[in-house]
Design a binder for this molecule. Structure first.
Ligand SMILES: [Zn+2]
Length: 414
């Protein structure tokens, strides 16, 4: 009972906090819609600024639906007895055993994904479409969905099976073994993603532009990296938004440009953007984040190891544990429902660290490329992606992984 109350209070706190922050952001963006901020008057015109405001507001409005669906779904699965019902039905149909547990996890994920489809569809074909960003056809959207489901099953099913198996036979320290498995699995997926998974969704072609290639190569040598090839990805098949990224572990880096980025930026600006990305790599932002993630998941697995043996953990969340067969899948699913409620309140810590890393990568880029070029590139990207220049400061503190445009550009000018 106490646990049920604590869970309900946490759910309400989460929802209240999310709604309050979104409300603040909406008011702030709407209030600043009528004028371009002084620092940007010479580079961004009023229609562009207003488009960014409207786009931000449209995404926030859709976000309300997303929050509502998530909260209702969470309640339906737990306190309203949804998970218990699905479990009972599958038990009557399949009988106790590993197959029933796997079916429970799959059924749970399938129902959740299907219920989230309307928001995802609306996001792509209404919001992104309305602002001219969507390049996807309905056919591509469906084929992405099916491919994603197949990849998810092929990669996910063996992992779920292995975790459930360890829960069953691993004794008191199953969670430690499961954690080692999770870490190994995550590294494996990172390793095979660029060569085996990403090509299922996009085409990667070697960069043709010899001039740009030479510039990027020099930049990488200057900063102590070896390039494992430069590729152009057909991001424009799905969206007009642009990006560039690195893949590969260690010093060998494969550089991937979205074709949309190549259209938007000139060669100097490209170099500056890449220097920023190399800054992240040089300062080990990614491995550090991974190690932190692994430590957090170790704590999480230990908590799951303990919670899965506590009857109140099940009954408090609307589920009757079985007396004569395994409850491992139930424990896993309930745990995955509760954890986001706890980690949400720590979002500002992660956001603050990420914003600090962005400043560091900008400083690195100013050192190894030209700060003025990076400034130009950022302004173009803010414009082309319709990012708001006037976010609510508290919303930024809580959610934003990147510092606001005004602060970033001010530092690059200094
Ligand atoms: Zn960055």
């Amino acid at each position: 009972m106490t646990f049920t109350l604590a869970f309900s209070a946490l759910l309400l706190l989460n929802l209240g906090l999310k709604l309050w922050l979104a409300g603040r952001q909406m008011r702030h963006v709407a209030q600043h819609r009528s004028a371009v901020p002084a620092d940007f008057e010479s580079v961004i015109d009023l229609p562009t600024h207003q488009k960014a405001a409207d786009y931000t507001l449209a995404k926030l409005r859709l976000g309300h639906w997303d929050m509502a669906i998530d909260a209702v779904l969470l309640l339906a699965w737990t306190l309203l007895g949804g998970l218990s019902l699905l479990d009972t039905m599958l038990m009557a149909w399949i009988g106790p055993g590993m197959l029933q547990q796997l079916a429970l996890v799959l059924g749970f994920m399938l129902i959740g994904s299907v219920l989230n489809l309307p928001v995802s569809w609306y996001q792509t074909f209404k919001v992104e479409q309305q602002f001219g960003f969507n390049k996807m056809t309905m056919g591509l959207w469906i084929s992405d969905l099916l491919k994603g489901a197949v990849v998810g099953l092929v990669l996910g099913l063996p992992l779920i099976w292995a975790v459930l198996f360890l829960m069953q036979i691993g004794g008191h320290y199953w969670w430690l073994m499961a954690w080692v498995l999770l870490v190994a699995y995550q590294l494996l997926v990172m390793w095979i993603a660029p060569t085996y998974i990403m090509p299922l969704f996009n085409k990667f072609q070697p960069l043709e532009d010899a001039q740009l290639k030479a510039r990027v190569d020099q930049l990488m040598q200057r900063t102590g990296f070896q390039s494992d090839g430069f590729f152009v990805m057909d991001g424009s098949r799905r969206s007009a938004h642009s990006n560039a990224f690195f893949t590969g572990l260690g010093k060998q880096k494969r550089v991937v440009f979205f074709d949309t980025l190549l259209q938007q930026l000139n060669i100097n600006e490209m170099e500056a953007v890449l220097a920023h990305e190399l800054g992240h790599a040089k300062l080990n932002h990614i491995p550090k984040a991974m190690v932190r993630g692994f430590l957090v998941s170790l704590v999480g697995m230990a908590a799951l190891g303990w919670l899965s043996t506590q009857v109140w953990f099940y009954t408090g969340l609307g589920v009757m544990p079985h007396l004569s067969s395994a409850n491992d899948a139930l424990a896993l699913l309930l745990f995955l429902q509760v954890v986001p409620l706890l980690t949400f309140v720590t979002t500002p810590l992660r956001s603050a660290r990420s914003r600090k890393h962005e400043f560091e990568a900008d400083a690195f880029a100013s050192q190894h490329a030209n700060a003025a070029d990076l400034r130009q590139a950022l302004i173009k990207l803010y414009k082309d992606n319709a990012s708001t220049l006037t976010p609510d400061p508290l919303y930024v503190t809580f959610y934003h992984s990147h510092p606001p445009a005004t602060q970033r550009l001010a530092r690059l000018t200094a």
